[in-house]
Design a binder for this molecule. Structure first.
Ligand SMILES: Cc1cc2nc3c(=O)[nH]c(=O)nc-3n(C[C@H](O)[C@H](O)[C@H](O)COP(=O)(O)OP(=O)(O)OC[C@H]3O[C@@H](n4cnc5c(N)ncnc54)[C@H](O)[C@@H]3O)c2cc1C
Length: 399
């Protein structure tokens, strides 16, 4: 199999490198490389630069402003971004609700919502999970009762990421009565977060910062025109969205970059008379992760190729999600091992307050503890890894 880039692809790679060097603001790059959390303003600023270039939406059809890149170009883009220190864009608008809108939304909805998502004028968040509906999502209880041209929404969504910054939320709600079978009672609503009756309460995470929330709906009136597709078909749209979410969680390019940085750090870290990189036990763990990552990269390429011919990723997205998060969490553990005591002072305060001083210890290693704690989430959100195994056993193995 020939996996060399063609001359056109090499030219594209150079174009990307030049663009990133010229356009990525240095302060954003520095934060990304040091793994310091970015502010909303940083994400908006960078997405607007990409928007100007026409490169904000690598996974959208060209007719709505997508890049039209081939799978290889997308792969090159992801690699170059990870290597150079480009932050990942917030996925809720661009990568999650937009594919639902351009696939199932009305013309009016496409014109109304897609341009603002592309230009990062409007921020979205996801309202799927509830206090008693996570893995068993179809048992969700938030109701939307029809009243003329509006729905009246009541209920609570939880683990809502970045809802305190969002302008809109895409929600799964129950529109059918108790006589309707779980999935067939669910509809997909787009709700303006400024509607009266919505309150957002913070949940503090293990790493000590405010990233997730509970969102409460108390008699919130939502125009029927904000429903995507048919009433009672929300489950179908929700599942498509989840395949896009899970594919994105794999983060192969980012893990490749982190693994390379880790090797450099382990080379500089003393372990007795040698470097940590030369420690056979450590080297073996590194090699095992690297092999898994390489296999994952090829699976991702195959998925990208399948998606480029139309349609959403299928059960492959579950494979990518499981393996991608396992690899990322193993890399986190190796960072912890490399950091040793240098990681400890940074557990809470710097992450919570937005650290702007110099790290103690070698480079990015000092952020390894907050990173480790924060990234425990990746095997849970987007549907836990155990649930992904259930999906694979049903849809791939036919069990
Ligand atoms: C940091 C973070 C951010 C999140 N962001 C969002 C968001 O923005 N929007 C949103 O809607 N949701 C979000 N979620 C919610 C996430 O999707 C759920 O946490 C996840 O689906 C698991 O649901 P649960 O927490 O209710 O756990 P439960 O469903 O109660 O599961 C508990 C444990 O039991 C296991 N389990 C449950 N059922 C089975 C089964 N049938 N077979 C095998 N094992 C099973 C699970 O794997 C898990 O280990 C986020 C979660 C986290 C942690």
């Amino acid at each position: 199999m020939n996996i060399d880039f063609s001359p056109e692809e090499l030219a594209f790679q150079q174009e990307v490198q030049q663009f990133l060097q010229e356009k990525l603001p240095e302060d954003i790059r520095e934060k990304t490389l040091k793994e310091i959390p970015l502010e909303k303003e940083d994400f908006v600023r960078w997405q607007k630069i990409l928007y100007e270039q026409g490169w904000a939406a690598t996974n959208w059809p060209v007719e709505y402003g997508g890049t039209g890149w081939t799978p290889t170009q997308k792969h090159i883009w992801a690699d170059e971004c990870a290597n150079y220190g480009v932050p990942e864009l917030i996925p809720f608008g661009l990568k999650m609700v937009a594919p639902v809108i351009f696939t199932y939304g009305s013309e009016e909805q496409k014109q109304r919502f897609l341009p603002d998502i592309l230009a990062s004028n409007v921020w979205w968040c996801q309202g799927y999970s509830e206090p008693n509906a996570g893995s068993d999502l179809a048992s969700l209880k938030t109701t939307a009762v029809r009243d003329g041209d509006e729905y009246i929404v009541n209920g609570t969504k939880t683990w809502n990421t970045l809802g305190h910054f969002a302008d809109w939320i895409f929600c799964l709600v129950r529109t059918g009565g108790p006589q309707v079978k779980n999935q067939a009672a669910i509809s997909f609503l787009l709700i303006d977060m400024n509607h009266p009756g919505i309150t957002v309460s913070p949940i503090m995470t293990l790493g000590g910062h405010h990233e997730v929330n509970e969102v409460h709906f108390d008699n919130v009136r939502v125009p029927v025109e904000n429903r995507i597709g048919e009433e009672g078909q929300g489950w179908t749209y929700a599942k498509v969205l989840l395949t896009h979410e899970r594919t994105g969680i794999a983060r192969v390019a980012k893990s490749k970059k982190r693994l390379q940085t880790l090797k450099d750090l382990a080379k500089e870290t003393c372990d007795g008379e040698n470097s940590l990189l030369e420690n056979p036990a450590f080297a073996q763990k590194l090699a095992e992760v690297e092999i898994d990552l390489l296999a994952l990269e090829f699976t991702e390429l195959r998925t990208l190729a399948a998606v480029s011919t139309g349609g959403a990723p299928g059960a492959e997205s579950s494979i990518l999600k499981i393996k991608g998060t396992e690899v990322a969490q193993l890399i986190d553990e190796l960072y912890m091992e490399t950091a040793g005591y240098y990681g400890m002072p940074f557990v809470r305060e710097q992450f919570r307050s937005g650290f702007d001083g110099e790290w103690v210890g070698p480079g990015v290693i000092a952020s390894s503890v907050p990173r480790y704690l924060n990234n425990r989430k990746s095997s849970i959100y987007g549907g836990s890894n155990e649930i992904q195994k259930n999906i694979i056993s049903k849809w791939v193995l036919g069990l």
